[in-house]
Design a protein around this ligand. Sequence first.
Ligand code: HEM
Length: 210
Amino acid sequence: MSLTGLFLCTFLIVHMSGNLALLKNDGGRSFNEYAKFMTSFPPIKVVSYVTYFFILLHTVQGLMITLQNRKSRPVKYAVTKPAGASLASRNMAVLGTVILLFLIGHLSQFWFRMKMGTLNMVDYNGVAHTNLYEAVTLAFSNPLIVILYLIALVALGFHLLHGFQSAFRTLGLTHSKYTPIINTVGWVFTAIVIGGFAIQPLFVMFKSMG
Ligand code: HEM
């Protein structure tokens, strides 16, 4: 889980940074050009397939660990708050499920429609591009969708916070000197990823309100 999780962390930072092109005031050209590059450049397409596979693997691994934990402790503890376990660490499965539900909605909203060719196209210098900017700005003009994105991002934040620290512990990196550094890096990483993603729907929504 730690290795698939750390790979998915890399995907998140790349996806978040690239999508910041949404904030450019160029009618969506940079965003659409970036999306075309990411979805058609062969080496990146290969990385995309690895990402889909790792999302599935990470989900199945999480499910198996949760079921195993339940099986080894069929009678629940009377007190369910083990000392030292944070709220996030005790709810990784719930947080993961919220993220999975978000992903199903997110992918059907943009990725699936792009793959099906049902989105509008736009021409830049005679080259056709899927107008993902139009689809994204239309979606984020709806405050309800923005709220759902923000809820999913809070869940992702807690999941990352615990997951990041837990991944390094699983890989054997526990040391009185390094653990505080890893925890700080985990906090900074989570703040950058969640802050960077959250700004996108909020920016588009406020822009659409004029
Ligand atoms: C909140 C801002 C976000 C925006 C504006 C956004 C936008 C998009 C768009 C337009 C696509 C389709 C084009 C493409 O494949 O690059 C996409 C794909 C995707 N998004 Fe997002 N996304 C956001 C957040 C997230 C989050 C938080 C996650 C994960 C929890 C995520 C996971 C994915 C995945 C796995 C794909 C498929 C990537 C691929 O095909 O390689 N996105 N996103």
